[in-house]
Design a protein around this ligand. Structure first.
Ligand code: 5GP
Ligand code: MN
Length: 344
């Protein structure tokens, strides 16, 4: 944050605040929004958290969940009003206004002061204040740092610490990815000192599967995984009929892409899913191969170097064809990657 003094002054008196986060919020998106929102409420501000869409039920335990306004769930008018009347709008865990769908143009048009807190590559410059760092594992990590800088840390309680903990836990892949720095562990320790129950959060987020979801995962692993050793690529393509067959709920496909990446020797993993509104894609990679560049160049997306997403307005079949047709141009990049943790 370059103008911390001006930012502190801005929040020095009660304001109408909107906090928003990306399409289909994950634990980092929702946890950072509710964690920051809870603190700002304690400081006397009026705070509304607006998400563009719904999010997985395994995040419903978060403090403040009951008051979240889901834009697409018939809350367009109330959201528009709140965004128009806001003094300050916080944009958390996303880098371009297109990531919040129709809400994006409302935010752009609002005369509110806009604050970006994010860790994605190449943000669109729509904000007045930014706390942005691509080296951060999670937006929750950045929110914690900002709370410390603002002298708000003492306001953290068990519930809010758990919101922030959840985002750090999931964006580091359960403290396994190479973004799990000493800073991450230090902050995590602080959050536990503030009361966060790490085992409880892990259980709520990772170990609350429905039978449908487990069966879907089993089906996808046994029937739907395509492996292309010549491109060190593995992917799943999932039809809308398959989602229906397994009664798939928001969040049920989360984590599937990691199974493709976990295959020995694989450098690029993808999940390509026919959602009704569009074909959505999740990409993961190992080492220097940038799925941010790949998603940005070909699938209207982006994210981080090793985790990104994108979409396509074509059919699932056509999207898979396009994905496959792109691989030869990347063959050298994919096969040159050294997997340092490989045994042989
Ligand atoms: P996931 O594959 O888990 O949905 O997303 C991986 C990362 O890429 C997350 O940080 C997410 O915010 C980002 N991401 C996912 N989809 C998109 C997209 O369509 N556009 C952009 N710019 N980023 C995305
Ligand atoms: Mn994040």
């Amino acid at each position: 944050m370059q103008n911390l003094e001006a930012f502190s002054k801005l929040l020095g008196s009660p304001k109408n605040i909107v906090i928003t986060t990306h399409h289909k919020p994950d634990a980092d998106a929702l946890g950072s929004s509710l964690g920051l929102g809870g603190i700002l409420k304690k400081k006397g501000h009026t705070v509304s958290v607006i998400t563009p869409t719904d999010y997985p039920a395994f995040l419903n335990w978060m403090k403040g969940n009951d008051e979240v306004i889901i834009y697409e769930a018939n809350n367009q008018a109330v959201s528009k009003d709140l965004v128009e009347k806001a003094d300050v709008i916080f944009c958390l865990d996303f880098n371009t206004l297109s990531r919040i769908n129709e809400l994006g143009e409302l935010v752009r048009a609002s005369s509110a002061i806009k604050v970006l807190i994010d860790h994605h590559l190449e943000p669109e410059p729509f904000y007045d204040f930014q706390y942005w760092n691509i080296a951060a594992a999670a937006t929750c990590e950045l929110v914690y740092e900002l709370l410390v800088k603002m002298n708000y840390e003492s306001l953290l309680d068990k519930d809010l610490a758990e919101c922030l903990y959840a985002g750090i836990m999931t964006d580091t892949g359960g403290f396994r990815h190479n973004n799990t720095t000493a800073n991450v562990h230090n902050i995590t320790a602080k959050l536990i000192s503030h009361g966060a129950d790490n085992a409880r959060v892990a259980k709520l987020v990772y170990d609350t599967n429905s039978l449908d979801r487990l069966r879907f995962m089993g089906y996808a692993l046994s029937e739907k995984l395509t492996v292309l050793p010549e491109y060190r690529t593995a992917f799943f393509a999932i039809t809308s009929e398959e989602l229906k067959r397994f009664n798939s709920k928001t969040g049920d496909t989360e984590g599937l892409v990691n199974y493709a990446l976990s295959l020995e020797g694989i450098v690029l993993a993808a999940v390509i899913i026919d959602r009704t509104e569009a074909v959505k894609m999740s990409f993961r990679s190992i080492g220097p191969f940038s799925v941010n560049d790949f998603a940005r160049a070909h699938f209207e997306g982006g994210g981080h170097r090793n985790a990104a997403g994108g979409k396509s307005d074509e059919s699932l079949e056509k999207t898979v064809e396009k994905f496959l047709s792109l691989l030869p141009a990347y063959q050298a990049d994919l096969t040159n990657v050294k997997i340092t943790n490989q045994v042989n």
